[in-house]
Design a protein around this ligand. Sequence first.
Ligand SMILES: [Zn+2]
Length: 246
Amino acid sequence: MNAKDDGPRSAGFSARASREGGVSHDGARAFSPRGSTKYETVPHVVDQAPENVAAHHIPPQSGLALQLEAGQTLRIIDREGGQVSDIVAFAADDTAEAISNGRTLDYNGTMRLTTGHILYSNRARPMFTITEDTVGVHDFTLAPCSQEMFELLHGVTDPHPSCFGNLVEALAPYLISPDAIPTAFNAFMNVRIDPNGDITVLPPTCRPGDHIDLRAEIDLLVGITACSAEQSNGGAFKPIDVRILD
Ligand SMILES: [Zn+2]
């Protein structure tokens, strides 16, 4: 990480804080996964954005959790270009309902999800609609990068930041267990599947400022990362910016 990665717009939400379980989310309230009336106040750190737009900065190799109300749009921005962001979602009224890659790919009939496509839950409810997409290259097949993946595929035995680890920590305050984290929608991830079945992870094609907009169709709890895998991000780790548009 260099100085520009953690510039003024980060507003103090550091990668360290995030990896250690820090949570930044719109509205500064955490809901009970089972819908009880118990609320707790959670530190709310945002950078400057236009009125009525909540903004979050995800430093390299970190993640956060936030809440969305139905109708709000989550904008995922690759500020510097070439950076993957893993996104998972749970229904706010019952977090056993989670985003489903199998149902989404099946119901849309394509591996190339982009503007107009719907991301479904494991109960076949629409969770997001992609309303804008300046990239058109995303993955919804591969699991979030994890300590185990780095060891199995790359022989890494030292601790390595990972999307899975960052999602686990960001979502733990919402009582999401590690086993409940689904395959993420991997925004900007460039995965090639050859006719013979070989899978190749290529650098993202996105340029600085590219984004994808996901409109929440129901109230959601969302986990988002700036991916930690060298192999998915062209060998460099960049931040991800997030906006919530009403
Ligand atoms: Zn990752």
